[in-house]
Design a protein around this ligand. Structure first.
Ligand code: CDP
Length: 788
């Protein structure tokens, strides 16, 4: 899309440099740990060495003797105020601090408040806890067995470890389609637990002012308003009412879904500040962050795909066991316990489908957060893109040809999927064709055949994903009953500059820039003169926050709608100034002029001044508007990725030689920022495909609880991504945009797995689970007799 505005105005389509970067590259960002308040105290947390154990006693006497330690807080302390349990965002319950037993290794057991961080850590060392180990359940399938120990003994009526059973689609019709199919393929796949591992860990500074009764919490949260409401609901009975709570999200060093939940540390720090009357800072260390914060994925999937002999897919059946750890602390919309997993029919015109998920408790930290994906979409895309390749292999059909044959044709949009979604727009054939052309697919297949003849292992993998982002239409989406919409408030100052505030919260995505570009596009005020603010509940309009690539589809849309309201008022003022009828005015970015007399015009800056100095009689002064935007539907970004890998027969090392990513997120606000989102997303998609996993031994001991053994990829492992795009606007979004933040993380893993399986397919390999570490791949090579 060619930009409609000048480079000076910098509306949509300009690769404007990020307005936030000058402070970051100068080291002047303001993160939670940068906040220093007078008299501030520090908190550290005692954590459980056991995955399941009764707490017989907690003795803080020795800790209290450490000079500088002021308090030891336990579950008993909080129980006096009924604050030892809290609700999760999925309406489950979670311990703030335990009074009876711990349920996972590294769970919070007690907290120590001291004059500085090091003294608090010394205090933690001195707290004595007497545990009595209990039987541990780490395997969700065992947890579902009759006779398995029931873990949530706090829930008096709970007789097993099943959290929920969820299903979508028509089981009978799907079974019938399977019975009539020429070909049925089946595949088990496991998508292991991984962690967002953002650069900044979680933390807060809780500051309760005893005189005003006001609580200010600076915290690492992606959803400040929702958190304020949750705090008011949980602690209203001890006097914290919502108007007395201010949540501030300062700069955030990466969230990726991991900073949506309420962690016990936040609540304990607040309780400590209220009781002691001083600010209390709590910032996790890296190991606490990796071991105890909410996890993503952990889906055990069984997929079945039915097709005709010619490759036409006819039906899909999915059964999944979801390991949620000891509590369901996912942040899904409340009607969707398995998130938006029902996007699992993907980009294909599948007439019949049925999907079911059982959520299960185990002795692990809470899981199920949407790590850079819109609530389980990564798992869904992995499933459909893998089983599609399994079918291609079974039919001995080229995977690109099979996809082209089954894609939803562009004429069928808006398209109603078998599992109930209405896809807004798409052109899947164009995206895949572009990716195949760019990578030189036919040539690569020839090269592969030659290499294979020489015994070399080269593979080509495709993933043609459909995302579902922008939660959401409030008729379907809510978090703890709060409807999901988002908001913007714009005020134009007399000199024609503006401030725009939003209900979302950037964690590195560049909202200060792109939101300013939206206002620039709609009003013609240069983006450089639009100041964007988010994250302070005392000033920003109420919104549901940033996760699940929802900011552009919701708050971005609200920004455009608020700007359009301002334009309507500006038109009235322009008509007054130009002494003509509103109907005689035409708008071009930045000014109204009289039809047929373009020299008679008023710029938005003239109009802004008049709004405060010379507005029509009877009109209110000022130029500002607010919008609470409730999208009519989600947006469905998509893309086609093609990956080429070479596998070393000596080490099992998978090397990504080339990776072409063709993305479509509708109309683009800032192409450079979108490319950056895709680069980062691809790296975060490669990471679990090749390296990352957090597993547990049978006693529930976490393996991978530090960066020594949780393998984050670095620049060394990351290939040079080759990007391209198609543009299929969303028909219902005010400026035709779809979200993009997560597309690449969702689309990349199956492209890489499909490439690895393709490299090994002639040896009879049908599937490889992730992460495809050198060890895992080498074992396959050894088994097939081709390891060197
Ligand atoms: O909710 P989140 O900001 O993580 O996701 P998003 O709405 O997908 O946006 C990520 C970044 O890309 C933001 O800065 C958006 O404004 C920008 N973007 C864009 O420039 N054009 C689009 N069509 C979509 C997003």
């Amino acid at each position: 899309m060619e930009p409609k505005t000048s480079a000076q105005v910098c509306g949509m389509g300009h690769s404007m440099k990020r307005k936030e970067d000058p402070r970051f590259i100068r080291g002047r960002g303001n993160y939670v740990d940068d906040i220093q308040l007078p008299g501030m105290l520090h908190m550290d947390i005692v954590r459980s060495p056991f995955a399941h154990a009764k707490i017989k006693s907690i003795n803080g006497d020795k800790a209290l003797k450490v000079p500088g330690v002021l308090a030891v807080i336990t579950g008993e302390t909080l129980a006096k105020y009924n604050l030892h349990w809290m609700p999760t965002l999925m309406s489950d319950t979670q311990m703030v601090l335990p009074t009876e037993k711990v349920m996972y290794q590294a769970q919070e057991v007690a907290a120590v408040i001291a004059t500085d961080r090091y003294t608090a850590a010394d205090g933690v060392e001195a707290v004595e806890v007497d545990y009595e180990p209990l039987p541990v359940v780490v395997d969700p399938f065992q947890a579902l067995q009759p006779g398995a120990p029931v873990l949530r003994t706090d829930k008096k009526d709970k007789k097993d470890n099943r959290i929920f059973h969820w299903e979508a689609g028509d089981r009978a019709a799907t079974d019938q389609a399977f019975a009539q199919a020429d070909v049925v393929v089946k595949q088990d796949m496991y998508i292991p637990r991984i962690h967002v591992a953002s650069i900044e860990t979680c933390g807060c500074v809780a500051d309760f002012d005893r005189v005003t009764g006001k609580l200010t919490v600076y915290m690492t949260t992606q959803a400040p308003h929702a958190i304020r409401t949750v705090f008011a609901l949980v602690a209203g009975h001890v006097g914290l009412s919502e108007e007395k709570i201010r949540i501030v999200s300062p700069d955030i060093g990466g969230g990726f879904g991991g900073k949506v939940p309420v962690y016990p540390g936040y609540v304990i720090a607040v309780a400590a500040s209220v009781v002691i009357g001083k600010p209390v800072k709590w910032v996790e260390d890296r190991m606490e962050n990796l071991q105890a914060d909410s996890f993503a994925r952990d889906y055990h999937i069984h997929a079945e795909l039915a097709a005709k002999k010619d490759g036409t897919m006819t039906a899909l059946k999915i059964k999944t066991v979801a390991d949620h750890g000891y509590t369901d602390a996912a942040a899904n919309p409340s009607k969707f316990p398995a998130g938006l997993y029902s996007i699992v029919t993907g980009s294909y015109d599948l007439k019949r489908a049925f999907a079911e998920v059982d959520g299960v408790y185990t002795n692990k930290p809470p899981g199920g957060i949407a790590y850079r994906c819109s609530f389980r979409v990564t798992e869904a895309v992995h499933c459909i893109e893998r089983i599609t390749d399994v079918l291609a292999q079974e039919l001995k059909m080229d995977p690109a040809e099979l996809r082209m044959k089954n894609f939803i044709p562009k004429e069928k949009f808006p398209y109603k999927s078998a599992l109930g979604w209405e896809y807004d727009s798409g052109d899947y054939h164009a995206a895949l064709q572009k990716a195949l052309d760019k990578i030189g697919y036919a040539e690569l297949r020839k090269e592969q055949a030659e290499k294979r003849a020489r015994g070399e292992l080269m593979g080509i993998g495709i993933s043609s994903f459909t995302e579902i982002v922008g939660a959401g239409p409030s008729k379907q989406f809510d978090i703890l009953g709060i409807k999901m919409f988002d908001s913007a408030e714009i005020r134009v100052h007399p000199t024609g500059k503006a401030i725009a505030r939003f209900g979302t919260k950037s964690q590195g995505q560049g909202h200060e820039t792109t939101y300013a570009q939206i206002v620039a596009e709609e009003l013609g005020i240069p983006a450089a003169h639009v100041q964007v603010e988010e994250g302070d509940t005392d000033t920003a309009p109420y919104g549901l926050g940033t996760y699940a690539s929802r900011s552009t589809p919701t708050a971005g849309a609200a920004g455009a709608m608020a700007a359009r309201k301002i334009r309507e008022k500006a038109k009235k003022i322009a008509a007054h100034l130009l002494e003509c009828s509103e109907d005689d005015l035409v708008w071009e970015p930045g000014k109204f002029s009289v039809k047929g007399s373009p020299q008679r015009s008023k710029t938005i800056q003239d109009i802004a001044l008049a709004a405060y100095t010379n507005h029509p009689q009877g009109m209110e002064a000022g130029l500002e508007a607010t919008s609470y935007y409730d999208p009519p539907n989600l947006t469905f970004p998509f893309g086609s990725y093609v990956c080429v890998v070479d596998i070393d027969r000596g080490t099992g090392m998978v090397k990504i030689r080339r990776f072409v990513a063709v993305d479509d997120c509708g109309n683009i606000i800032n192409p450079m920022i979108v490319d950056g989102q895709i680069h980062g997303g691809l790296a975060m998609g490669m990471a679990p495909a090749l390296f990352e996993e957090i597993s547990y031994d049978e006693d529930g001991n976490v393996q991978g609880g530090s960066f020594m053994d949780y393998l984050l990829p670095t620049a060394m492992e990351t290939p040079s991504w080759e990007l391209d795009k198609t543009v299929t606007p969303s028909p219902h979004h005010p400026f035709g945009a779809k979200g993009v933040g997560e597309s690449a993380t969702v689309g990349a893993p199956p492209a890489i797995v499909n490439a690895v399986v393709d490299a090994l397919a002639h040896l009879g390999v049908k599937h490889v689970d992730i992460p495809m570490t050198p060890e895992r791949v080498w074992k396959i090579l050894k088994e097939k007799g081709v390891a060197e």
